[in-house]
Design a protein around this ligand. Structure first.
Ligand code: HEC
Ligand code: HEC
Length: 270
């Protein structure tokens, strides 16, 4: 997906002049102030539209045209970042402007107004927590959670750590996203939970989650939740293009109404 042909500079030349006029002209009269605490374009309904145009030209090669990230290059899903603790528009502005040192996320020498347009766009595609009612039976959900989920997921003071902590998960994910995580875990694998299968002479076919890595070594949490380190020089093979370590729960194993029950239970853990 990462093609060489999309330059990170010269962005305006990528846009059709007519489109440029239609979308951006309205902003030419907005004075470009320096970075400030709040988005000066917050009340401008066209800012998100203009930001989307810039995003698709400048950011989509890494983050995807829909901002949902591209896992093969580990560029994060930006629709979900807003629910991180302490995430503000100002912080997003700074990350776009300064980039993220030590990663491939580049700095962007754009006028502030254009960065705020990007912030407006990212706000417009933000996925917030679950809305709507939870109609399941949460007591049954608690039982099902203990049977099927707790070995890998922490909740309160108990549970495993192969998967993410699910405390307050309904504040961070929509119901649709949660359902898809259970039915098709591999469709979007969160950062910090990338799976790998590797082999060494002494340890064939070890699967786990990558927890740390540098040029010479890799640390994984294996599927029995043991933290293990390997020197890259001892690896006979490694494969990262594999399914999530979370099994897909199809309707045969977990009916829709049982899934409703689990979600109602999770929604109580706020
Ligand atoms: C060359 C690939 C690449 C391009 C181009 C790129 N990004 Fe990123 N971006 C990344 C990666 C990788 C990260 C994660 C860095 C890290 O945390 O290690 C990231 C992180 C971010 C973050 C922080 C997300 C968070 O959860 O904290 C924001 C915001 C962001 N990018 C916005 C943008 C925008 C807007 C553009 C276009 C103007 C853009 N990026 C262009 C690769 C890219
Ligand atoms: C064998 C371990 C394992 C079991 C059992 C398991 N999970 Fe997972 N789960 C994971 C891993 C690993 C991830 C992270 C990778 C991914 O997203 O696929 C994950 C991710 C998730 C996510 C996404 C969280 C986020 O931050 O978006 C949800 C929701 C989830 N699991 C719910 C469940 C539920 C509900 C059950 C029981 C029905 C369950 N899991 C059973 C390992 C497991």
């Amino acid at each position: 997906m990462l093609t060489e042909s999309i330059p990170y500079q010269g962005r305006i030349s990528l846009l059709q002049p007519a489109l440029f006029f239609a979308v951006f002209a309205v902003f030419l009269i907005v004075p470009t102030a320096s970075a400030q605490q709040t988005n000066p374009l917050a009340s401008n309904s066209r800012a998100a539209l203009a930001g989307g145009v810039i995003f698709r030209a400048q950011c989509a090669t890494c983050h995807g045209a829909d901002a949902k990230g591209i896992s093969s290059i580990d560029a994060p899903d930006l629709t979900m970042m807003w629910t991180q603790p302490g995430m503000t528009e100002n912080r997003v502005f700074t990350r776009i402007q300064e980039g993220i040192p030590g990663s491939i996320m580049p700095a962007h020498d754009f006028p502030d107004t254009e960065i705020w347009m990007l912030v407006s766009y990212l706000r417009s595609v933000a996925v917030s927590g679950s809305t709507g009612e939870f109609t399941g039976d949460s007591e049954n959900g608690a039982r099902l959670f203990t049977t099927h989920c707790i070995e890998c997921h922490r909740l309160g003071n108990s549970g495993g750590s192969l998967g993410p902590n699910l405390q307050r998960i309904t504040q961070r994910r929509s119901q649709a996203a949660l359902r898809s995580s259970v039915r098709e875990p591999s469709s979007s694998i969160g950062r910090g939970y990338k799976p790998i299968i590797l082999s060494t002479a002494n340890a064939p076919n070890v699967s786990g989650i990558i927890k740390g890595e540098d040029a010479f070594s890799i640390q994984i949490l294996d599927s029995s939740q043991r933290l293990r380190g390997f020197a890259k020089s001892e690896l006979l093979s490694s494969d990262r293009d594999i399914d999530s370590l979370m099994p897909a729960f199809l309707e045969g194993q977990l009916s829709e109404s049982q899934l409703d029950d689990i979600l109602s239970f999770l929604n109580q853990q706020r």
